[in-house]
Ligand binder design. Structure first.
Ligand SMILES: Cc1cc2nc3c(=O)[nH]c(=O)nc-3n(C[C@H](O)[C@H](O)[C@H](O)COP(=O)(O)OP(=O)(O)OC[C@H]3O[C@@H](n4cnc5c(N)ncnc54)[C@H](O)[C@@H]3O)c2cc1C
Ligand code: FES
Length: 345
């Protein structure tokens, strides 16, 4: 028989049961407790909590989303931690604003357009009576059969909306991506849950320059953030770096140039990892290296980066040495989904 333990959440003082094979985050979700999280793979750090009492196991052995200091202080990642005894965890009170309501909604695909050979723009219309309110940078889960879900960031302007724009990259053999590229069409119905995620834009209109770094479809949440930052007004400099494989993967470059014409405080660098001998303004190499080449001192600069785990790890590993403050590094890791084991589903 599977052993179960109690998990007490502070400061709410809410108690749930969690089986030893189940992550605390997953058990909380099944019990209807919405905890902050994003990647569910141990990379982004959104689900960190202070272990006040008891013991947990980390089956993968590693928690890359925690700094050495956080580990020493007793923080754990709830998407990785399995209880090994009854435990008490304190959820870090990072959210500065009231949480937005997470909804489970049917929606209709109203448009599909190829942005790049393996990237589809998906427009979703929500029910007229159920608009969704979200913050720039958040994502929704597309709900699939047998408890499977796939996360996609919202590329639309934040606020209350009835239409969502997503940018979905096709990965070979991917359950949802293949379905999207092969069989879904305008008019198809999907079910989504959201908004989710703590990767949100929280800067004032005035202040030091802000760095936005997108890797591939990591441009989706960055686009939403840029819309918010530009609409805020003021003279704050905004620097966008978009890392992609080839020119055609910088799929909404035209939109970026339109914004730059309207808002000269926005600058843009496209950095191609498979650029070959492309001419300027394109740069070649890794996107984080382009940022490091341009900014010798990153102290005081907020950084918002979204994209594949390798890009986020490279930024995490190199920006600190140039003075970047850990509290000002905001990450959204586009990890692939881990499907629930049958007994969890
Ligand atoms: C918070 C968050 C936001 C995200 N936002 C976006 C977004 O806006 N646009 C977007 O395109 N993706 C985004 N992703 C990534 C996306 O959710 C996953 O890539 C998703 O699993 C793809 O679903 P699928 O069913 O097509 O492929 P799956 O069935 O999940 O994948 C099949 C196999 O393909 C490989 N694979 C899948 N995805 C990746 C990947 N990203 N990197 C490397 N290998 C992979 C794995 O081997 C996997 O087992 C986001 C992820 C997170 C956590
Ligand atoms: S580290 Fe747990 S949700 Fe990202």
């Amino acid at each position: 028989m599977t052993s179960q333990h109690s998990v007490r959440f502070l400061p709410q003082d809410r108690v749930i049961r969690c089986a030893e094979h189940c992550s605390v985050l997953e058990a909380a979700r099944l019990a209807g407790v919405n905890l902050p999280h994003s990647c569910r793979s141990g990379h982004c750090g959104s689900c960190r909590a202070l272990l006040r009492q008891g013991e947990v196991l980390i089956p993968a052995g590693q928690q890359p989303g925690l700094s050495a200091q956080e580990k020493a202080e007793g923080y754990v990642l709830l998407c990785q931690a399995r209880p090994h005894s009854d435990i008490t965890v304190e959820i870090s009170a990072v959210a500065s604003r009231a949480p937005v309501e997470i909804k489970n909604l049917p929606c209709r695909v109203t448009g599909l357009s190829r942005l790049a050979p393996d990237v589809m723009q998906v427009m979703l219309r929500l029910p007229a009576v159920e608009p969704l309110e979200f913050r720039a940078g958040q994502y929704v889960d597309v709900l699939l059969e047998e408890g499977r879900r796939r996360s996609f960031s919202i590329a639309s302007r934040c606020g209350q909306t009835q239409e969502l724009e997503l940018h979905v990259r096709r990965v070979a053999g991917g359950l949802f991506g293949e379905r999207l590229f092969r069989t879904l069409a305008a008019g198809s119905l999907l079910r989504i849950e959201g908004p989710r995620g703590r990767f949100t834009y929280d800067e004032a209109a005035a202040g030091p320059p802000v760095l936005f770094i997108a890797g591939g479809t990591g441009f989706a949440p960055i686009k939403s953030m840029l819309m918010q930052a530009l609409a805020q007004g003021g003279a704050r400099a905004l620097h966008l770096y978009w890392g992609a494989r080839t020119v055609q993967d910088v799929y909404q470059e035209g939109w970026v140039h339109e914004q730059m014409q309207q808002y000269p405080r926005l600058t843009f660098n496209a950095v191609l990892s498979q650029g070959g001998d492309v001419a300027p303004p394109y740069r070649t190499g890794w996107v984080h290296e382009a940022v490091l080449a341009d900014f010798k001192d990153l102290s005081g600069l907020p950084v918002y980066a979204a994209g594949p785990p390798q890009m986020i790890e490279a930024i995490r590993g190199s920006f600190g040495a140039r003075g970047a403050n850990a509290a000002q590094l905001h990450f959204d890791v586009f990890d692939y989904a881990v499907d629930p084991a049958p007994r969890e589903a």
